[in-house]
Design a protein around this ligand. Structure first.
Ligand code: FAD
Length: 434
């Protein structure tokens, strides 16, 4: 006899990239589902924001070629669009370092790039190559509890390699300072990003806003099939109802056979108070610590350009600046990002924008004064990716109640790819019950 009821309806709570990936996967299988999103717009922590007539993103994001599932999802929902620019791995740190990796199989692309890199001497290049070859031989395995700083120490990486290569990569990917960051997750990023299949290390830079890149076409895709998308509709609670669930918001309720809870981790457990089976899981989510990311937009005269569409800095407060003119046609608009911004409250938004302007001025000749600025702070941008943290699996102790989100079990840090993979995984679990 069948123990699980057939799928009649799945509720997806949260319209970020995890929830939308789940929705698109269910739509492909023609499974009826409803996406509930508390905000007025979709996309969660990677969304479009409209400020003073400008289209911005809440946070400046980059993707890499190894984001296999995310890129496939974007291509599926908007096959005719060209929402990103794909470049061979290029890392430029202003006035200090430039690495361009040709399109060759790993690790030859990196070795060739290192051989021609500006800013490293031969001992540095040799040490970076030794790091990659050694990690390949060891299967990209860190020591238990090891931090990125300890890994770089153990593998005798010289100061320039740390400052110009490994530490910027760590902060950009894990949003956690190297002294605290989990070396194993970092090595997963190095394995998939620098040692993966051809094109895995490509930089994939958004050429449009983050609403147009996935959330808007994904919503159109699911509503044209078996899905319903409700924005501005916060779920208040989820309770058992027979062998299924009832999902309540302030106006009405929905009975469903499956729940995919795809909210951010900080808000997930507040919805489960009537589900004692999830009490341990709720308690474990409370132990997560979060780190902020600040995005600083500065509008200069339209002629202003950076030397590279994505330019790095080691003299803070921003680590990277993006030329939105070169990328998205927003000429003169520079978006800078300060990740792992633990000293976020040191400065007001205006003072931070002035510091970033001064920082750009040190590296960009003849920069005029900015005409406009806006600082967007995401205080809980990602969880702190530290050794020993436990990430919950997508299947919970409660049958047919699934968890999606960048914080759930994954080799990847809190990224779009972790979110998308988790959503697809949950949708496949729903499909198994059909
Ligand atoms: C500033 C910034 C920069 C980043 N840069 C990068 C980058 O360069 N590359 C990268 O890969 N990743 C980056 N990330 C991380 C990436 O954005 C996240 O990993 C990803 O967006 C998480 O998606 P998610 O769907 O798991 O969660 P979320 O995006 O948090 O989505 C959860 C959704 O649930 C909704 N919700 C919550 N409670 C309820 C409720 N009760 N009812 C209904 N809806 C609810 C929320 O409104 C939200 O829309 C960055 C993040 C930030 C903030």
């Amino acid at each position: 006899m069948r123990e699980t009821p057939p799928v009649t309806h799945a509720a997806i709570i949260g319209g970020g990239w995890a929830g939308l990936a789940a929705a698109v996967t269910l739509a492909d299988a023609d499974v009826p589902h409803t996406v509930f999103e508390a905000a007025k717009s979709l996309g969660g922590r990677a969304r479009r924001v409209d400020v003073d007539g400008r289209v911005l993103d809440n946070g400046l994001h980059i993707l890499i070629g190894a984001y296999r599932e995310t890129l496939a999802l974007v291509r599926k929902v908007a096959p005719a669009a060209a929402p990103y620019r794909r470049l061979p791995l290029t890392l430029e740190i202003a006035d200090r370092f430039r690495l361009v990796c040709p399109h060759l199989p790993a690790p030859f692309h990196l070795l060739a790039g290192l051989a021609r890199a500006h800013g490293l001497d031969w001992a540095d290049r040799f040490a970076a190559a030794r790091f990659m070859i050694g990690q390949r031989a060891d299967g990209f395995r860190a020591r238990p509890g090891e931090t990125v700083a300890a890994l770089l120490e153990r593998t005798r990486q010289p100061p320039r390699n740390r400052t110009l290569l490994w530490e910027p990569l760590c902060v950009a990917a894990l949003n956690t300072p190297p002294a605290e960051a989990d070396a194993q997750v970092f090595l997963h990023v190095v394995r998939d990003g620098l040692n993966g299949a051809a094109g895995a290390s490509d930089l994939v830079l958004p050429a449009t806003d983050f609403g147009a890149m996935l959330p808007d076409p994904a919503a159109a895709y699911v509503t044209a099939r078996s899905g319903t998308v409700r924005t501005g509709c916060a779920v208040k609670s989820i309770a058992r109802a027979g062998s299924g669930f009832v999902v309540r918001n302030s106006d009405d309720e929905l009975a469903c056979t499956h729940v995919i809870c795809a909210t951010d981790p900080a808000r997930a457990a507040s919805l489960w108070r009537e589900l004692p089976e999830l009490a341990t899981l709720a308690a474990s989510l409370e132990t997560l610590r979060y780190l902020p990311i600040v995005s600083i937009y500065l509008q200069y005269a339209a002629a202003v350009r950076l030397s590279s569409p994505m330019l790095g800095f080691v003299d803070g407060p921003a680590q990277w600046a993006f030329d939105r003119g070169a990328l998205c046609g927003q000429h003169g608009l520079i978006g800078a990002v300060a990740s792992a911004a633990v000293d976020i409250d040191r400065l007001s938004g205006d003072a931070l924008a002035a510091e970033v302007d001064a920082q750009l001025r040190r590296h960009v000749p003849d920069l005029p004064s900015p005409e406009w600025h806006r600082v967007i702070t995401e205080r809980r941008a990602t969880f702190a990716c530290v050794p020993g943290m436990s990430r919950p699996p997508q299947r919970t102790a409660l049958p047919r109640f699934l968890l999606a989100g960048d914080y759930t079990a994954s080799d990847y840090p809190a990224t779009l790819e972790a979110a998308v993979r988790s959503g697809i995984h949950c949708a496949h679990a729903v499909l198994e019950d059909r």
